[in-house]
Write a protein that binds this ligand. Structure first.
Ligand SMILES: *Cc1c(COP(=O)(O)O)cnc(C)c1O
Length: 338
């Protein structure tokens, strides 16, 4: 089976990004968030490459995601901790440990081995209150974690969270402390502690200017299903949003919002044939997108075009976040690693 759309995934760029983030983490270890199937790229493929590069700390959201990595050789931390329903699987998997977030999770896990602990320092999402840290006494804690709410902004909350977290050093048996996600690494060495946990920037996202050296990893490509000439004055696509100002050559591509190529790209996205920029015209459909190929005489049925997907620009154009653009890339792409 050959699919009419594919994600070109750049191994060298992924490794470049991890090494860059590792360098920016200073003496701290640099891990990798591979939850949500490594933000849509494919967790097994990403983990295999990062393990080879020397990454030793991986983060997933759920035990199902942990189980899917059981035979990769990776050690994973499960960010959502452990529910009662997870216990049979969680106590069986040797390569995974929970990040305990609540007093209930702490009580449930006691006696079951190594864990991490999440403490809340002001995001008020997951984690024990600092005042409840006495509850973890006696647990075999690998890493004490906290998470930054606004690391992608210049917010006073960043320094407040950092100093609240620093103040917890030595209060538990944790071997390591970890605070920074991708954007947190961009805040500087003070935020790295012992272990950083980038996700977005590994996959080409740029949440802060300090991470401008991050390279694009993901390029969606789609095959031309039909090429047609649209006479001046006629319209293209649903709701006739685009009107041809002159006779225009149009290619219809095998990609749409059901693939994660969102409607926000309507009349705003671009594709490329070689160096020629081809504007998306009209409304993006569920499975199809039209581009103006008047400047590309050679493009016809069966040819492939590359959609522009540099994440900061694509986010600005589509009105979606860089995170949503990655994690919405659908199951209909063939994922092809270079
Ligand atoms: C998702 C997540 C990360 C990675 O965040 P990015 O912004 O993608 O780098 C790190 N830590 C926790 C707790 C997370 O949930």
């Amino acid at each position: 089976m050959t699919l009419p759309s594919r994600l070109q995934l750049d191994s060298a760029a992924l490794l470049h990004n991890w090494r860059l983030l590792q360098r920016l983490s200073g003496p701290a270890a640099c891990g990798a968030a591979v939850k949500a199937d490594a933000y849509g790229l494919g967790a097994r493929e990403v983990v295999r490459r990062l393990l080879e590069a020397g990454c030793r700390d991986f983060f997933v959201a759920s035990w199902a995601e942990a189980a899917a990595l059981a035979d990769t050789g990776a050690t994973v931390s499960v960010l959502h901790g452990v529910r009662e329903e997870d216990m049979p699987l969680a106590t069986r998997l040797r390569h995974a440990r929970p990040v305990l977030n609540t007093p209930g999770q702490v009580a449930r896990w006691r006696g079951h081995g190594a864990c991490d602990v999440m403490v809340d320092t002001g995001m008020n999402r997951l984690g024990l209150a600092a005042g409840d840290l006495g509850l973890v006494e006696g647990l075999a804690i690998d890493t004490l974690l906290s998470h930054l709410a606004s690391a992608d902004e210049d917010s006073a909350l960043n320094a407040r969270q950092r100093s609240a977290f620093a103040g917890l050093a030595g209060q538990t048996s944790a071997r390591r402390m970890s605070l920074a996600n991708s954007a947190g690494i961009g805040l500087g060495a003070d935020f790295a502690f012992d272990l950083t946990r980038p996700g977005l920037a590994l996959y080409g996202g740029v949440p802060r200017a300090a991470l401008g050296g991050v390279r694009q990893v993901v390029s969606p490509q789609a095959q031309v299903l039909q090429r047609r000439r649209v006479p001046a004055g006629q319209t293209v696509g649903y709701n006739a949003l685009w009107t041809a100002p002159e006779d225009t050559e149009v290619a219809i591509l095998n990609i749409g919002y059901a693939d994660g190529y969102f409607r926000g790209f309507s009349d705003r996205g671009t594709a490329k044939a070689g160096d020629t920029i081809l504007p998306v015209i009209g409304r993006v459909s569920m499975d199809l997108t039209a581009v103006n190929v008047s400047a590309a005489a050679e493009i016809g049925e069966g040819d492939w075009l590359v959609l522009d997907f540099a994440l900061p620009e694509a986010a600005a154009r589509s009105g979606m976040s860089q995170y949503e653009l990655l994690t919405s890339l659908g199951a209909r792409f063939e994922r092809v690693w270079s």
